[in-house]
Design a protein around this ligand. Structure first.
Ligand code: IMP
Length: 202
C-alpha cells in the first residue's frame, strides 16, 4: 500500500484538516508546496464532485502518486443554493475570503430563512485505474455577524445545527468531528480500507 498521498490544494487550512484525519491510518499527507508542485487546475465543473476530480487528476498526472482533492462550498437555501460551487469565487475578482463573507451577509440582510449547509466532495486518484469518491455535509444556519477567528472562509458566519458556536469559534478537532470535510474524509477512509482489503485478498 502506498502510504504517501498528495493533497491537491493550495489552501493550508485544508492540508491541516486532511493530515489530522488521515494520519491515524498511517498515511503521510504531503502538500503541493512540500512536493514543489505548482498546479492551479481550472475548476470548469458544475458540481463539487466534478471539480474535485479535475483537481486531483491534474496533480496525479504530474506526480503519479495517490492524490486527494476536495471541492467544497457553502449552499444557502434562501439564495437557491448559492454560492455553491462558486463559493471561492463569490462576487468575482477583487474579493478576498473576508470580503466574500461580508458580501454573503449583505446579500442575506433581508432574509429570515438563514438555513445553509457546507458540502465537501472528495476525489482520490489512487492509480491509473482507480478513483475513489466521497461526499460529506454539515447543516446549520448563517449568523448575522461574524464570530470567531479559527478556520477560514465562511466559518465565522456558520452556526452548525445544535451548536451555539460558529465553526470559527471551534478548535480544529471539534470542527473536524462534525464538518463536511471531516464527514467526507471519514467516508473516504472507509472506502480506502475496503479497497485495500479487496486488493490484499487478490
Ligand atoms: P475550493 O477550494 O474551491 O473547494 O473552495 C471552497 C470555498 O468554500 C472556500 O474558499 C471557502 O470560501 C468555502 N469553504 C469550503 N470549506 C469551508 C470550511 O470548512 N469553512 C469555511 N469556508 C469553507
Amino acid at each position: 500500500m502506498e502510504k504517501k498521498f498528495v493533497i491537491a490544494t493550495n489552501n493550508p487550512h485544508k492540508v491541516v484538516e486532511f493530515k489530522k484525519i488521515l494520519a491515524p491510518l498511517g498515511i503521510e499527507c504531503v502538500s503541493l508546496k512540500e512536493m514543489g508542485i505548482v498546479c492551479d487546475a481550472e475548476e470548469t465543473g458544475t458540481t463539487f464532485a466534478e471539480n474535485a476530480y479535475i483537481k486531483a487528476k491534474a496533480v496525479y498526472d504530474i506526480c503519479k502518486l495517490p492524490t486527494v482533492a476536495d471541492d467544497s462550498g457553502i449552499c444557502v437555501d434562501a439564495l437557491g443554493g448559492e454560492p455553491g460551487v462558486y463559493s471561492a469565487r463569490y462576487g468575482g475578482e477583487g474579493y478576498d475570503d473576508e470580503g466574500r463573507m461580508y458580501l454573503l451577509l449583505k446579500n442575506m440582510e433581508q432574509q429570515e430563512n438563514r438555513a445553509a449547509h457546507f458540502t465537501s466532495s472528495i476525489s482520490c486518484v489512487l492509480n491509473d485505474e482507480t478513483v475513489l469518491n466521497a461526499e460529506g455535509y454539515i447543516f446549520g444556519r448563517l449568523t448575522r455577524e461574524p464570530r470567531g477567528t479559527n478556520g477560514f472562509g465562511y466559518d465565522p458566519i456558520f452556526l452548525p445545527d445544535g451548536y451555539s458556536m460558529t465553526t470559527a469559534e471551534m478548535e480544529g478537532e471539534a470542527k473536524n468531528a462534525i464538518s463536511h470535510r471531516g464527514n467526507a474524509l471519514r467516508e473516504f477512509v472507509l472506502k480506502l480500507k475496503e479497497y485495500y482489503h479487496a486488493y490484499s485478498d487478490q
